[in-house]
Design a protein around this ligand. Sequence first.
Ligand SMILES: Nc1nc2c(c(=O)[nH]1)N[C@@H](CN(C=O)c1ccc(C(=O)N[C@@H](CCC(=O)O)C(=O)O)cc1)CN2
Length: 284
Amino acid sequence: MTAQILDGKATAAAIKSELTARVAALKERGVTPGLGTVLVGDDPGSQKYVAGKHRDCAQVGIASIQRELPATATQEEIEAVVRELNEDPACTGYIVQLPLPRGIDENRILELMDPDKDADGLHPMNLGRLVLNEPAPLPCTPNGILTLLRRYGVEIKGAEVVVVGRGVTIGRPMPLLLTRRSENATVTQCHTGTRDLAAHLKRADIVIAAAGSPHLVRPEDVKPGAAVLDVGVSRNAEGKIMGDVHPGVAEVAAWISPNPGGVGPMTRAQLLVNVVEAAERSAG
Ligand SMILES: Nc1nc2c(c(=O)[nH]1)N[C@@H](CN(C=O)c1ccc(C(=O)N[C@@H](CCC(=O)O)C(=O)O)cc1)CN2
């Protein structure tokens, strides 16, 4: 068996074309959505992701607001930019690109954002709303993964899902989305402290690997017919992406997300969805 590809690039393109019409409709009503990004430092990966977010904005007609600070920026300097975006009416939603440089209190920065402008769904109030099952912008990567699974008809209801990782952008929120009554999946969260990862993986109908550990998920650990999503990003000496999933898994799984070209483009598409939905809410 060779797995069907969960094509994030194509799915994101379809979402963007649908959003283009919604943005045009908003503009006719006098509302121009504007996405702000705060990029601190010179991490090449973060620079690339932020550039991609602004390219996407241009494609669908969302205005771009870019703020860049050097790696030496202080906590106070970053907070000043966050306060400025909170007040800027042209900025209808924004993100602070993570991770922030060492020594910066990331949680304090997230907490300082206006929760109504939080396009990432990572403000503590919005994460709390998710826990409480209240409407909130949803974290982009987990929501992008769900969208991809739905588009390809992967059964989520009743599925045994293993999430590997516990970071704020994927690992923490992913089980919150999957265990809502609307999804009804059963989730096991694994991490670096998990004693026997292989034993958990072998039982999973859906594997979401977000550990940042190259080829952590091996073919022999995957249940035949499973869906495997590779969210890990490590780079080899040539700068090529090494995912968390061994290429041999494609011979065992029924569905697999490529990396690149799988979850990454969906993260960006889902960010645009959050920006457009917030603008539609504000337009009434
Ligand atoms: N504030 C946030 N910071 C970070 C998030 C996030 O959702 N919000 N997630 C990741 C990085 N990320 C988005 O910001 C992101 C990662 C990957 C991609 C992407 O399109 N990747 C391409 C490959 C690009 C390459 O060659 O490097 C792909 O997978 O095809 C987009 C966004 C951490 N930080």
